[in-house]
Design a binder for this molecule. Structure first.
Ligand SMILES: Cc1ncc(COP(=O)(O)O)c(C=O)c1O
Length: 449
């Protein structure tokens, strides 16, 4: 068994000053490991243990940890004496916006923010400002950040959700205290892949916007069924709501234009973060010129306030430019490489799964993947909650961490491959995964639940 005495010391110290000892409570998991450095595909903890990393800090590290080109770009702006001025524009932010508009064909303008939550917040505000309506639709099992509109209905227990509702909506189930009751009345959670429920909500309420990850990637990898995203597009036209794709996880990871371009469906607004700056705090909102105009609307009463002391700070902006330049060079070579690594992992794992008892389903989109312990690829959160073997998933993750392969120790969290992973890393991962999933090991796990 690996032990983590130094990690324990650091956590104990931090608990004196930070409630819970950790700066973001969604990072509080067991085993309690304090990481001290990350290089390429590897992270190391305070006790000297090394891991091949598939958590990637909840997915931003698409190039790998401490990518040399990104580090070089960051060092360069600091050496050049670039600072945060808080007045007027900069060449850097213009360069990043230009790159983004070139990468995502349907966006006619972008605004730059620090986090995905800020971006989804602003997108919903624009939807409300543009439609003059207040209600929004979110996906049960989707995650769009921590603010009042969207801090709800994520991995809601089946006991709370009750039987599948379709067509219909689930009650607002907050994932945070402190959300006003009045606010909850404006948010409607429906099953992913269920356009009838979207229509049901639209008939009952004046809906300003629908926000959806085009692939649900906070509960593993839940693909849209064929035609689903297009149906959302059609419904948005029919009922006049703003279609927002939350590409914070899918954007730049699956294609330069995000999953929207792969699916061939154009939202009105899309939000980005994570892979955009390879681990630096950068997010963006982009969309049609007509909607983006709300940030500079000539009528002040219709203008959406976009202000942020740190927006387009030169350090994350330089990191984002270097990341996008790397992703966009050589005609998509980065994405072909990610696909090669992803398919190698998939092929090896599928072979192994033939000998693993119990139901398993591996789902992958390029460099993002999830192994479910159920007999089919899930269509929505209700499906996962009803059919996935959470205990087996948790045990697998614990044992992989013991074996030096870091999967976030929370069931159905997506794994992420980076450009820094090598074939040898994938093969080693498969070897360790095989030991954990081997029939003998599986029986031992089953007994220990
Ligand atoms: C799809 C999606 N949207 C929004 C967010 C919120 O982003 P942030 O944590 O940067 O505020 C996340 C974070 O995990 C996410 O996965």
């Amino acid at each position: 068994m690996r032990s983590y005495p130094r990690s324990a010391q650091i956590l104990t110290h931090n608990k004196r000053y930070i409630p819970g000892g950790i700066a973001s409570v969604n990072r509080a998991v067991e085993p309690e490991i304090v990481f001290t450095n990350g290089r390429g595909a590897y992270i190391e903890d305070a006790d000297g243990n090394s891991y091949i990393d598939y958590h990637a800090a909840f997915a931003p590290h698409l190039l790998g940890h401490n990518d040399p080109r990104v580090n070089e770009a960051v060092t360069r702006v600091l050496k050049d004496g670039a600072s945060l001025y808080g007045s007027g524009t900069t060449e850097l932010e213009g360069r990043l916006a230009e790159l983004m508009c070139a990468a995502v064909p349907f966006i006619e303008g972008v605004q730059l923010l620090n986090t995905g939550s800020e971006a989804t917040y602003q997108a919903i505000r624009v939807a409300r400002a543009a439609t003059g309506r207040d209600h929004i639709i979110v996906m049960q099992g989707g995650y769009n950040g921590w603010h009042n509109d969207v801090a709800c209905n994520l991995m809601t227990p089946l006991e709370t959700l009750g039987p599948r509702v379709s067509p219909g909506e689930y009650p607002y189930v907050p994932i945070s205290a402190g959300i006003p009751e009045a606010h909850k009345q404006l948010v409607h959670a429906v099953n992913f892949n269920d356009p009838d429920s979207v229509e049901y909500v639209c008939r009952k309420y004046p809906v300003a916007g629908l926000i959806a990850e085009p692939i649900l990637q906070n509960i593993g990898i839940v693909h849209p069924s064929p035609g689903y995203l297009q149906k959302l597009r059609d419904l948005s036209r029919e009922y006049g709501f703003v279609l927002i794709f939350d590409e914070v996880k899918t954007g730049f990871r699956h294609a330069p234009g995000g999953y929207s371009t792969l699916a061939g469906v154009t939202p009105d607004l899309a939000v980005y973060g994570k892979a955009l700056a390879n681990g630096y705090p950068m997010a963006a909102i982009g969309g049609s010129a007509e909607l983006m105009r709300y940030f500079v609307h000539p009528d002040a009463s219709r203008r959406v306030l976009l202000a942020g002391t740190y927006n387009a700070h030169p350090v994350p902006t330089a990191a984002a430019i270097a990341t996008l330049e790397r992703l966009l060079e050589n005609d998509g070579e980065a994405y072909r490489r990610l696909e090669t690594l992803g398919s190698r992992l998939e092929a090896g794992l599928r072979k192994m799964l033939e000998n693993v008892p119990g139901s398993t389903t591996f789902v992958r989109q390029g460099s993002a993947f999830c192994l479910y312990f159920m007999d089919h690829a899930p269509v929505d959160w209700h499906d996962i909650a009803a059919n996935h073997d959470f205990a087996r998933d948790a045990a697998m993750r614990r044992e992989l961490i013991e074996a030096g392969v870091y999967f976030f120790p929370l069931a159905v969290k997506q794994g992420s491959i980076s450009l820094a992973h090598t074939e040898a890393d994938i093969d080693h991962t498969l070897e360790m995964w095989g030991r954990v999933l081997a029939p003998e090991a599986a029986q031992v796990q089953a007994r220990s639940y």
